[in-house]
Design a protein around this ligand. Structure first.
Ligand code: MN
Length: 270
């Protein structure tokens, strides 16, 4: 596909492909790329479960060599972590309701490059037990139009500001989330691809006591949809018009993976 491009004097220039237009936009700064990924290190926050449950591993590393006897020319490490450590992707198979759907290696790459919309509830989520409801999404739609098919719903709460400290980030198990009825509606009645959040998991910290427990996991994965967690920099994104590139590792049989998440969008002021 080609489009007629115009130079700064309005003259039609040689036809460029859409890909060339994108690259020119990136080079000129008219199109921006923002990293939504939290840095990954030994103190990256990770979910805490009741002690009788299995526990996820935090990120850790062991030096192989660093320009020394073990490897005079090479610096590298072995690493160890949970599939759900740091900014990560939840595959449908992560939950009982999605057990017959894709593992993380089976998710089509065409679904990992997708539009994204941002719903800003930073003010409401000043209350850490705040839950997203259907009316908040409908209010967004009144202002910005219908939810685009196949788009990520990025739920901005401002919670990433606590991401430097695990205790503060987990807040004794009380963090903003999604009301069960809203999770069911989004998963089953809308065409969104999945939900992305700033918190340690897609569900509220207190969602173990909801009915059903962990409703985002229950309904989204049961509908073959995805989750994204511990996102940062959502404040930089427009409400709609972002393209998201989500890059989990193709762990065969994996329930999820740490992921690099990049947002591409047109800047308002070039
Ligand atoms: Mn997860």
């Amino acid at each position: 596909m080609t489009m007629g491009a115009h130079d700064m004097h309005g003259e039609v220039m040689a036809n460029r492909s859409t890909t060339e237009e994108l690259l020119l936009g990136l080079a000129s700064g008219r199109i921006r790329i923002v990293d939504l990924t939290a840095p990954l290190h030994e103190k990256t926050p990770i979910i805490r479960l009741p002690p009788e449950r299995g526990q996820p591993w935090p990120f850790s590393r062991e030096l192989i060599s660093r320009y020394d006897d073990k490897g005079p020319h090479v610096y590298w490490n072995n690493i160890k972590m949970c599939e759900h450590t740091g900014t990560h992707f939840d595959a449908p198979i992560h939950w009982l309701t999605g057990r017959d759907f894709d593992d993380v290696s089976q998710v089509p790459v065409q679904r990992l490059v997708a539009p994204a919309i941002v719903i800003d509830l930073t003010e409401e989520a000043g209350n850490p037990s705040f839950l997203l409801e259907r009316r908040h999404v409908e209010r967004w739609c009144e202002q910005h139009g219908p939810l685009p098919d196949g788009a990520w719903l990025l739920y901005r709460t401002g919670w990433s500001r606590h991401g430097h400290d695990t205790d503060e980030f987990l807040n004794d198990g009380v963090t903003p989330g999604v009301h069960p009825q809203c999770a069911q509606w989004l998963a089953e009645q809308t065409a969104i691809l999945g939900i992305g959040v700033e918190t340690v998991g897609t569900d509220a910290g207190q969602a173990g006591s909801f009915d059903p427990a962990y409703p985002c996991h229950w309904y989204f994965h049961g509908a073959n949809k995805y989750g994204l967690t511990q996102l940062r920099n959502l404040a930089l994104l427009p409400p709609r018009g972002t393209m998201l590139i989500v890059a989990p590792l193709p762990i065969v049989g994996g329930s999820g993976s740490p992921a690099r998440v990049m947002a591409i969008f047109e800047s308002e002021t070039p």
